[in-house]
Design a protein around this ligand. Structure first.
Ligand code: SAM
Length: 245
């Protein structure tokens, strides 16, 4: 690209992503706050508000690329501790931090942790009432495969929600955002995690990710119905929704 990134072959991608999250797992939550200036909290709250998990009845949700548990904990709390959430991540270090956090919040009973790949979910068809993925899908090498897996493990009538960085649709904001991403984010990575290079790769992965409309089309192609989205912060993040019918 014009930003001087080296290009990453698809086969190499998962390894790079894994290195990043192994390195930063214990500082991941702090990094999120610094790099998004706290905005990720607002977007995640909005995601769980849209999901609106029920406060009674048996209800099971799967949070893929769930990392340190941010989405899962919000779902459990929003449901008055009724929901059961499985946090799935390919990275054991991130899940380890998540497990500790769940115990501290005393919600370990409502959450379980599974180390697996979004492209190969170790669950039977029609298992979950909801599937969530936040800032995870752009790290997955084969997005279409991950989306088909989502459709497979959802129950008929189940809900799919994906929060991800997207295309900024505000004229001035896009310039500010570029400056932030290409200068500040790798520098924060350098200061807090001791290495800016992996963050350069993550910023690049945001640029390569399909825009709102194209991602909605991929969801439909994977067999999910009624794909729509909402933009947050001018499109810095977008929340996509769909259903398994
Ligand atoms: N969802 C959490 C949040 O919003 O704070 C974590 C997001 S973090 C930016 C991305 C996560 O995706 C990492 O924990 C990483 O290990 C995970 N990940 C990357 N590739 C994956 C894959 N193929 N399958 C499952 N998880 C994956």
């Amino acid at each position: 690209t014009s930003y001087g990134f080296r290009s990453v072959a698809p086969g190499e991608k998962q390894g790079l992503v894994n290195d990043v999250f192994h390195k930063v797992a214990d500082r991941y939550d702090l990094m999120n706050d610094l790099m998004s200036a706290g905005m990720h909290r607002v977007w995640k709250d909005a995601m769980v508000t849209w999901l609106n998990p029920p406060k009674r009845g048996d209800w099971r949700s799967l949070d893929v690329a769930g990392g340190t548990g941010d989405i899962a904990f919000r779902i459990v709390e929003a449901s008055d501790r009724n929901a059961h959430v499985t946090v799935l991540d390919i990275n054991g270090s991130m899940l380890g931090v998540g497990r500790e956090r769940a115990e501290k919040r005393r919600i370990a009973e409502n959450v379980d942790f599974v180390e697996a790949n979004a492209e190969e979910l170790p669950f039977a068809d029609d298992t979950f009432d909801a599937y969530t993925i936040a800032f995870g899908i752009r790290n997955v090498p084969r997005i279409d495969v991950a989306l088909s897996e989502a459709a497979r493990v959802l129950k008929p009538g189940g809900r799919f929600l994906c929060l991800e960085f997207s295309e900024v649709e505000m004229p001035l904001l896009d310039r500010v955002y570029d400056a932030w991403s290409f200068n500040a984010i790798p520098r924060i990575g350098q200061m807090v995690a001791g290495d800016g290079e992996p963050y350069r790769y993550l910023v690049e992965s945001i640029r390569k990710f399909p825009n709102q409309r194209d991602f909605a089309a991929m969801m439909t192609a994977a067999g999910l119905s009624r794909a729509t989205w909402r933009n947050y912060s001018g499109g810095i993040a977008a929340l996509h929704s769909a259903w398994k019918i």
